[in-house]
Design a protein around this ligand. Structure first.
Ligand code: ATP
Length: 789
């Protein structure tokens, strides 16, 4: 048995022993101090003996001891049985609680003169206290977990069913541990939410002051209502009820004013919390490595940024507000109730646990039922989805009626569960209303009795009943707060999951050399994407790019070309090997510096919904329109931009939708070269341009980017052949490299690729050769060169 279990069992044993010993001592004292009573059972009288309280103590101790023995001797099934019987224990505890209170009331009437006897109060208080602790002790027993040594004990028993039972038990134990961890996580989340609100403490304090003021003012209303009725109906005093009404009016005005201010200040605090958390979350998301975005759905990210943050702050604000308000009101109301009549307060305390117990049992049952309803609805939806998405098949087999039946069978299950839910609801309303009504009747009956015996005024009875109702509302609100808070905690957990996520790639390199030559090197790089760690996309790739060199990466689709570019951009980390820039590992460079010196134009460049000039200057702190125009000229974009009505102020639309593919690419090239990078990466950057435009862009780039390293990925021969060096990558490996002529001469993979492309282009152009003379010209030239080579 684990140490924790031993301590728990010992503690329960100790507490139940204290219960019976103290009850016995108090019982003896009470009997001595009230000598008219005898605990001789022969003379037992319900209003004249506290013998039952001793019996309650004995019952509690026997049950707990029985539970203890059960758990010790059967540590696998014992706690489970204890849990199952917790409702019975709860009912028993409520009965003991209610009986002790009723008895206390009876005694207070019969022995009105002996009310100051300490032992008399002590035995009632003790009985009430342990009636409350009794279910808690029982619950603790159910939490005793079967320890590891049980497994070794049961191994000696050679039964076929035994391993199954043990597996089941182990699973349940795991579930329980998970549940416990979840609970712990919840409390940590609540604590973190509070910590996040620390900067708003002054605002929250002001809100709290107004809340206390408005709730206090509200608490007085039933008191003055009673005074008004006392003045009108009982004392028939004009001045008394006018006075009471004036005070009530003033209190109502003060309460309304404070309530408005309370709501306003709370809202301000929550808006601040919402914005703070949103900013934290957005920052954390933007700091994540690119691999995170490969595996996380955009919808998931945006829903955390929008609905989860809103649920988190709004539900939190509403529930904290309701909880504190109801708590203050409940405490104030109880003080007034006790002051008005402690006896009637006791009557209320008899009824409340019963009503709360019924609500809690019903709540658990309803929750189970609702989740079954959800499951059954999900199954029905699965059928509907399957059928609707394969409508052609259903129609072609004329199977509509069977599918309708299949759907209906699933819906019938939902219907049955819903019916159960409806009956459960009816039962709940019935029992709740009945208990609430019984409480009012009991209060009226007993209150009437007190009024008749001049122990209470009529006005106070009215006030008391109003307070009782207020207490009911306040406690009901508090009971809803828990589920609301849990909703907020659930949303917060999702938000904190992203806030806490540490990016796998840290952009915390510090290096910012004054000059960067642009020497690139891949040193035996092995790489796989985080979403598919088992597939090696690059298998020991090594190559170099000297400053001023234009290197083209070519090869079949999926070979790993773009992956090389991704590594050069430090989007991912290598599995092994190094990517070096000027001989230094790329990780060591400062994030901002690296992306200023290494510019990328991707396969599908994304523009933002702003003007063309703002798109070109994206991410720059300082720029002039001359810089923008110069970059646009280099990218062969200036002419088409000038032709547009708004020129450089033309809006590009969402993701640049209002521009053609080729225009978008040229704007993206301008965006890359405005930074005057030392390394330019062009990944299919001109694929959407016609051959002539591409030629012009390249001409401009080659002329103006001399001295910089350029890595080009392209499938078009016309783009590749001008490169100083061509690296052929296939299946994650560098297969060959050299100049165009060298590789053609070698007659290997590259040469074959070129031949196939020329053949395909040639065939395709038979039809429209005349319409695209420049393209034809380029192809013809290339063909001639290849043939000569
Ligand atoms: N984000 C990603 N997550 C997982 N696998 C990826 C990812 N991007 C690419 N891959 C895989 O990596 C391999 C190499 O892809 P890469 O994009 O580098 O090829 P490529 O040579 O540039 O191809 P293409 O010429 O078609 O652009 C492919 O098998 C591809 O499926």
């Amino acid at each position: 048995m684990t140490k924790k279990n031993i301590y728990t069992l010992f503690f329960i044993f100790l507490s139940t022993s204290v219960d019976i010993i103290t009850t016995s001592i108090l019982f003896c004292h009470a009997d001595q101090l009230v000598p008219r009573l005898s605990f001789d059972l022969k003379h037992f009288h319900v209003t004249q003996s506290v013998f039952e309280l001793w019996v309650f103590g004995a019952i509690r101790s026997c049950i707990i001891t029985g539970g203890l023995v059960g758990v010790i001797y059967n540590r696998d099934l014992g706690p489970k049985r204890i849990e199952k019987s917790s409702i019975v224990i709860g009912v028993l505890a409520v009965f003991m609680w209610a009986y002790s209170l009723v008895k206390m009331l009876m005694f207070s009437e019969v022995f009105a003169d002996d009310l100051k006897q300490p032992w008399f109060w002590a035995i009632f208080s003790w009985s009430l206290l342990f009636s409350l602790l009794f279910p808690a002790q029982w619950r603790t027993l159910s939490g005793v977990s079967p320890s590891g040594d049980k497994k070794t004990e049961s191994k000696s028993v050679n039964s076929d069913e035994e391993p199954l039972v043990r597996d089941e038990e182990a699973n349940k134990q795991n579930d329980e541990e998970k549940k416990k961890k979840k609970e712990q996580k919840k409390s940590i989340t609540v604590w973190r939410l509070i910590k996040f609100s620390t900067p708003d403490i002054p605002i929250l304090l002001v809100a709290f002051i107004f809340m206390t003021a408005s709730s206090t003012a509200e608490i007085f209303t039933p008191w003055f209502t009673g005074q008004v009725i006392q003045g009108i109906a009982i004392e028939k005093s004009q001045s008394k009820f006018t006075h009471a009404i004036i005070i009530m009016g003033l209190l109502a005005a003060a309460s309304a004013l404070c309530a408005g201010l309370r709501g306003g200040f709370f809202k301000v605090a929550m808006v601040r919390l919402n914005i703070r958390i949103r900013n934290y979350l957005f920052l954390s998301i933007l700091n994540q490595e690119i691999g995170f975005f490969d595996t996380t759905k955009t919808g998931d990210i945006t829903s955390r940024l929008t609905s989860d943050v809103t649920t988190m702050s709004d539900t939190l604000s509403l529930n904290v507000n309701v909880f504190l308000r109801s708590l203050i009101k409940s405490l104030g109301v109880i003080v007034f109730m006790v002051r008005l009549s402690w006896r009637l307060t006791v009557v209320t305390l008899i009824g409340l646990p019963i009503i709360m117990g019924v609500s809690s049992v019903y709540g658990q049952y309803y929750k189970k039922l609702s989740s079954s309803v959800q499951d059954s609805l999900a199954k029905a939806n699965e059928v509907a989805e399957e059928v609707v998405s394969s409508m052609r098949t259903v129609r072609s087999f004329a199977n509509e009626s069977d599918e309708v039946k299949r759907y209906d069978i699933k819906l019938q299950v939902t219907k049955k569960l819903k019916m159960k839910e409806a009956f459960a609801y009816a039962g709940y309303i019935w029992s709740n209303e009945l208990f609430a009504l019984s409480l009012i009747v009991a209060t009226l009956y007993y209150g009437g009795h007190l009024v008749v015996n001049d122990a209470l005024t009529g006005g106070s009875l009215v006030s008391f009943i109003l307070y009782q109702m207020e207490l009911g509302f306040a406690l009901e609100s508090i009971s809803y707060v828990y589920s609301g808070l849990m909703e907020s905690v659930g949303a917060s957990e999702k938000v904190f999951e992203f806030i806490d996520r540490k990016p796998v790639i840290r952009h915390n390199g510090k290096l910012k050399p004054a000059t960067l030559k642009g020497h690139l090197e891949f040193k035996d790089v092995v790489f796989s994407y985080p979403s598919r760690p088992e597939t090696e996309v690059l298998k020991g790739v090594s190559f170099k790019v000297e400053p001023g060199e234009v290197v083209a990466l070519v090869g079949p689709s999926g070979g790993g070309k773009s992956s090389c570019v991704n590594l050069l951009e430090h989007f991912y980390e290598t599995k092994s090997g190094q990517v070096l820039l000027d001989g230094i590992d790329i990780q060591q460079y400062d994030h901002g510096y690296l992306h200023e010196k290494v510019s990328l134009v991707g396969q599908e460049p994304v523009l933002y919904a702003r003007s063309i000039k703002e798109n070109i200057a994206y991410g720059l702190d300082e720029w002039t329109i001359e810089d923008v125009e110069k970059a646009a000229q280099l990218a062969n974009a200036h002419d088409f931009i000038k032709d547009m009505a708004d020129g450089y102020d033309t809006q590009t639309g969402e993701k640049g939708m209002q521009l053609s593919g080729g225009q978008k690419q040229r704007v993206a090239i301008a965006r890359a070269i405005i930074r005057d990078p030392a390394v330019l990466l062009l990944d299919e950057a001109t694929s959407a341009l016609d051959a002539e435009s591409e030629f012009l862009v390249q001409e401009a780039l080659y002329k103006n980017l001399s001295g910089r390293s350029v890595v080009i990925i392209a499938h078009r021969l016309s783009t590749v052949e001008r490169a100083n060096r061509i690296i052929f990558i296939n299946k994650g490996e560098v297969v060959e490299q050299g100049t165009h002529a060298e590789l053609i001469q070698a007659g290997k993979k590259y040469a074959k690729l070129v031949q196939r492309q020329i053949l395909a282009l040639d065939l395709g152009m038979q039809e429209d050769l005349s319409s695209k003379p420049s393209c034809a010209q380029i192809t013809a030239e290339t063909l001639a060169r290849v043939t000569t080579a």
